[in-house]
Design a protein around this ligand. Sequence first.
Ligand code: ASP
Ligand code: MG
Length: 412
Amino acid sequence: MATFVQKYGGTSVGSVERINAVADRVKRWHDDGHRVVVVVSAMSGETNRLEGLGYEIAGQPDPREMDVLLSSGEQASVALLAMALMQRGCKSRSYLGTQIRLQTDANHMKARIEDIETAKLDTDLDAGIVPVVAGFQGVGPNGDITTFGRGGSDTTAVAVAAALKADECQIYTDVDGVYTADPRVVPTARRLESVTFEEMFELASLGSKVLHSRSVEFVGKYGVPLRVLSSFEDGPGTLITTEDRSMEQPIVSGVTYARDEAKLTLTAVPDVPGVASRILSPIGAASIEVDMIVQNIGGDGTTDFTFTVRRADFDRAHEILLATGQELNAGSVTGDDKIAKVSAVGVGMRSHAGVATTMFDALGHEGINIQMISTSEIKISVVVEERQLENAVRVIHTAFGLDDDAVDEEVD
Ligand code: ASP
Ligand code: MG
């Protein structure tokens, strides 16, 4: 008898029909003698709808109230699924984050989980009851409802699995696993049998929407076996592993992208110590996240300082940078909010040289200009013009031999 935490995303519980299908699936696992805890998202579109209402009422809604609002989507879906299970003769009980004391820090809309009380869940499981836990929400230090950022139900599932020492955390979604690239952009993309949590973390942080990046952090920290699989068809999905198998891995496991990027440049900045901090501190103070940074020293002893931010933060960052530029007696501020980031990720990069060259060659051949580059041990990211994004993803995917037909040819 094994313990499973199964998480169903918004599309999987998007209608009464689908909730019923999820209940059938959960009941099968339960009837097979397993201990099953279910975590669900809000019905698809619901969190967007609620978020939209919040922004309509208040241009910059109060984060505490946003959490009360956004968390209500999951309150509805847990109750519906618990009812559907009971309807099938399967004992079930729904829980909100507060009810299982899913403790978080006080950061509204991006809270981090600190602790989960498992007593209620254990008691239920011992009694043959299927607990259905609301994803994406917890309770802050003073008892306020908190949420974990969009897509955060994955993190609830992995955290509950870690707390219960579950045998596997299964993320049921509308795709049948993690792919070498977004199949909508790259039709020849392949499902990965397995991917290491480090790679998955990079893929999720760099744009892949399959898993919430914070959920992947938990896999690394607590060694929770995690599987991504389809809630519509049976299949093995993709296993997120904690093993280091970099020697036997392909050089690149996946190519991912983020469209919502923007870059800003402050030219002719005096080249003296402390300048980078003077430029970025006010940006950070405005809670704007800076991603890539490039600084170039010109012949005249000044530097051009370029960095990227989320597109939604572009206007505010631009304003702040104008003010900083004046204070520093720098040159001008230029910006571009039509850029995108493409990244190749693979633990195999650790043991292979020339990976960057392969990627840059492929882009060069296609006439795609690289505007910025950043690398880490297991990833290379480039910024390109947004209109060239899809093409860039495809040529990089091909260059690293990830295309499905390339695999077929190898087999032939
Ligand atoms: N319902 C939340 C969202 O749409 C959390 C989740 O689905 O994971 O972001
Ligand atoms: Mg999701």
